[in-house]
Design a protein around this ligand. Sequence first.
Ligand SMILES: NC(=O)c1ccc[n+]([C@@H]2O[C@H](COP(=O)([O-])OP(=O)(O)OC[C@H]3O[C@@H](n4cnc5c(N)ncnc54)[C@H](O)[C@@H]3O)[C@@H](O)[C@H]2O)c1
Length: 381
Amino acid sequence: MKKSLRIGLIGYGFMGRAHSNAYAKVNHFFPLEHQVVLKSVCARDEAKVKAFADNWGYESFETDWRKLIAREDIDVIDIATPNNTHAEMALAAAKAGKMILCEKPLSMNGPEGRKMVAAVEKAGVANMVWYNYRRVPAVTLAKQLIDEGRLGRIFHYRAKFLQDWTINPELPQGGAGLWRLDVKAAGSGVTGDLLAHCIDTAVWLNGGVSRVSAMTETFVKERQHNLSGKVEKVGIDDACAFLARFQNGSLATFESTRYARGHKALYTFEINGENASISWDLHDLHRLQYFDHRDQGTTRGWRSIHVSDGDHPYMKNWWVPGLQIGYEHSFVHQVADFIQGIETGKPARPTFRDALETQMICDAVLKSGKTHKWEKIGKFK
Ligand SMILES: NC(=O)c1ccc[n+]([C@@H]2O[C@H](COP(=O)([O-])OP(=O)(O)OC[C@H]3O[C@@H](n4cnc5c(N)ncnc54)[C@H](O)[C@@H]3O)[C@@H](O)[C@H]2O)c1
């Protein structure tokens, strides 16, 4: 008989669906001692949350997240709501002794994130942040190759995350669907939304960052606000590019924008080492590009590894070799790893503390965008 792991999800938007799909699939594909139970989902609109609960098989629903957290029949609180709600919900969930899965970015800023880390560590509850790209098999394979030392000394890290959905100046800010443009709900623009992903992957693959130098821009300075109905100043960064020095001596460039016409979610990274290079592209997420200078000269070149074989990360749990998987599977893997972490006592990462490091780097990037100076990364340990 499996033990139950009873989920209480807050938020039924994009991520609420991605997480629910992961909970629904994980026990079918990963051998675990726990059975995930979709206990309850919470959002403010009763009719909509009821329809969501029916559609995804949640046993019940709530319209007040505090009631959800107070329930004794919930083990895990999953926070899939806008960034300005993460801290309050996580602090309450930690106080109630719940395990917590929180969407990224961890918090609105470093100081808020620090309080969240202190709360989960004091409560001794399992915690994790949904930086899901670590668990795309091709990205996990990149980590394996780097840890095996195949690249040798690393010289360069290059990451981009490009979109084009906010170019229209008539697009309003704030409220459902558009909270990402409202600094009060999002904390920042592309830095916390997109570069946070790039930073999490980079720190995981290439170690800590020591200093950053950034430029940020807000191309559309005012937009109508959906909640107030008034034209208000836009407080988010529409675009951000920064240079970084890693503690291992490598140099890095990061760029993100929502104004790169033609690009929807172009997350790419490339790493250049002494012996080998790696590159990855979210639009072709099941492939890892690899170049090894030690290959025999006449056939040396970039190989495109189709990450779909049984000896590739996570792949033996899915279909037969050669059949690829997609975006949604990264969330299934993250749930599987979280549960395995509970079962083995070796917590899955990134924990809140790991995500605080990314938050501190985001803070330094935003600060540098204002000061026009190199900024050091604040304390996160
Ligand atoms: N890991 C990833 O790749 C990834 C991708 C997208 C979003 N995110 C993160 O996930 C979070 C949610 O983003 P999204 O795209 O799902 O947003 P969304 O707008 O699609 O959904 C947000 C949900 O939160 C609900 N909500 C808002 N305030 C609430 C409250 N007070 N009580 C209960 N419910 C409330 C809304 O009703 C909605 O269901 C954000 O922190 C975002 O940064 C992460």
